[in-house]
Design a protein. Structure first.
Length: 178
């Protein structure tokens, strides 16, 4: 079956269940924590796919992967996933849940990547720029990546503005190669 379809079905069911309990925001926060931990700990991915781990061990692993009290909705969701042998889709389900939550509550994710740390006034100017162009609630993320050398990369939803020095250098290189 299609991974996107499976993830959407489970995420939609979890979102509806969380809404019925009034804990959709808590589950959203837990999904963000899981995603961050999943990316930063590659062994978590390997452990989830390990057939030698028991169902209880996998439930415990996914419960502790978020680093805080999991809550009833999250626990029931992971039990269902593991029972149905869908733990391999946990990250996709997590991402889809976040997407559904943002759509339902009019939230747009804005990510700014800079080579060095920005002063607060710089971040506020970027936030003000984004607010002018959208009426949605902004979820702001700032990352520092020295690899871009200078400038910034602004990602608003699915659109990206790359004003980095790294991209400029690549463009110059491509121009010289032609």
């Amino acid at each position: 079956m299609d991974e996107g379809l499976i993830a959407r079905r489970y995420a939609k069911a979890l979102f509806r269940y969380a809404q019925s309990l009034g804990v959709e925001e808590l589950v959203y926060d837990k999904m963000k924590l899981f995603q961050a931990n999943y990316i930063s700990h590659p062994d978590l991915q390997k452990a989830l796919l390990n057939p030698m781990l028991s169902v209880d061990d996998k439930i415990q692993l996914l419960s502790t992967a978020i680093g805080i009290e999991p809550g009833q909705a999250y626990l029931r969701a992971i039990r269902l996933l593991i029972k149905n042998h869908r733990e391999m889709y946990m990250r996709s389900i997590c991402l889809m849940y976040q997407k559904l939550y943002r759509e339902a509550y009019g939230i747009i994710r804005v990510k700014v990547v800079t080579a060095t740390d920005l002063k607060e006034e710089g971040l506020e100017r970027i936030k003000a720029f984004v607010r002018k162009h959208t009426d949605k609630t902004i979820e702001f993320v700032h990352k520092i990546d020295p690899a871009i050398i200078g400038g910034f990369i602004l990602v608003i939803g699915t659109r990206q503005l790359d004003a980095s020095l790294l991209r400029e250098l690549k463009d110059i290189r491509l121009g010289l190669l032609k």
